[in-house]
Design a binder for this molecule. Structure first.
Ligand code: TXA
Ligand code: MG
Length: 318
């Protein structure tokens, strides 16, 4: 069932059930993080391996304090500036958090999502919500309630309908537990914004194949079923693959070749608009069941880097 009844969603969560929830980044599969049976259900519904840990969602930074050993100054700075918002912080957990949540790591990922319905929901419960993105493991993340309904609706008693996600890609993940802070996942908050807040330069290698510090960051991820190629020069690649009648995912001013499906992430070259459209358009092209999708690389400014990261993973082993 899909609806906007926050009380009903909170009732299901209190009963240990798994509920679809909206956030500003992507939809989540939420359950009581302190109830291990409920957490196991998340892994089962998503078909996710237990080595891939879950993010905990709180109403605010203060409500996370009882679950962590300490909150370093840098986490306060970032939390105050960007929460609620598309940022996840890794902190040292205490033993109130089940090891199942963190896949045995002493560090826990926490965030305060920026969506009015989910913030209202969090204010009605007295436990954190564990929530991965609400897609089957490895597939494209959902940015609309109908994406969740279509793939996982049968396994969920309720999906809270918060409309279309306003950011459209997952949160940026930062490890705050070490001497120097580290980016574990590029996401909906740009690295430039974080650097401006902290007054330091962050080091992140976009083309690292796998990131051992973020166990879930597998190279092949966000993958459509249709073959997917990320192009440095989409016009040249289109000529090369023309026989396969590819569909195109492009960005900025673009002259569409005749008779070809082209979805434009942002005609006005706005990377934020592109992030919002990204997963929906990837699904649309995948649903057409063609033989090939060609995607254009975006400029690396702002969220462009995080979008390219998603496109590169979608194309991995394709
Ligand atoms: O925007 C988001 O972050 C969304 C919404 C629903 O909040 N959630 C999300 O969760 O993207 P998920 O599970 O699809 O991706 C979370 C990733 C994991 O794959 C893992 O790489 C990393 O976060 N992660 C979570 N807990 C961690 C931990 N304790 N240590 C290292 N990485 C962790
Ligand atoms: Mg995910």
């Amino acid at each position: 069932m899909i609806g906007v009844d926050v009380d009903l969603a909170s009732t299901f969560l209190k009963e240990g059930k798994v509920v679809g929830i909206p956030t500003e980044t992507v939809y989540g599969l939420a359950a009581n993080a302190l109830n291990e049976d409920a957490v196991v259900s998340i892994y089962h519904i998503k078909n996710r391996p237990f080595f891939d840990p879950l993010i905990l969602h709180f109403a605010n930074l203060e409500s996370a304090e009882p679950y962590v050993l300490e909150i370093p100054e840098v986490a306060y700075q970032l939390g105050e500036q960007f929460w609620p918002g598309p940022l996840t912080l890794l902190l040292n957990k205490n033993d109130k958090i089940p090891d199942l949540i963190t896949s045995g790591s002493p560090k826990v990922a926490i965030r305060v999502p920026n969506h009015p319905l989910t913030l209202e929901l969090l204010s009605k419960i007295n436990f954190p919500l564990a929530a991965p993105s609400a897609n089957p493991f490895g597939y494209i993340s959902p940015t609309r309630p109908e994406h969740v309904e279509k793939q996982l609706g049968d396994s969920l008693p309720y999906i809270l309908d918060g409309g279309e996600c306003q950011v459209g890609i997952e949160s940026t993940i930062i490890d705050c537990t070490e001497q120097s802070i580290r980016v574990l996942r590029l996401g909906g908050l740009s690295i430039q914004s974080i650097e401006a807040c902290l007054g330091i330069k962050l080091d992140f290698k976009l083309n690292e194949n796998s990131n051992p510090h973020a166990p879930g960051q597998l190279d092949k991820h966000y993958s459509p079923s249709t073959s997917f190629v990320l192009c440095d020069n989409i016009i040249e690649d289109y000529e090369k693959y023309k026989d396969q009648n590819p569909s195109l995912l492009v960005f900025g001013p673009f002259k569409n070749p005749k008779g070809i499906t082209v979805l434009n992430l942002s005609e006005k070259s706005d990377v934020d608009e592109a992030a919002k459209n990204l997963f929906h358009y990837m699904r649309e092209l995948d649903n057409m069941k063609g033989s090939l999708i060609l995607a254009m690389k975006l400029p690396e400014n702002g969220l462009g880097r995080a979008i390219n990261d998603r496109l590169r993973r979608a194309a991995a082993n394709s």
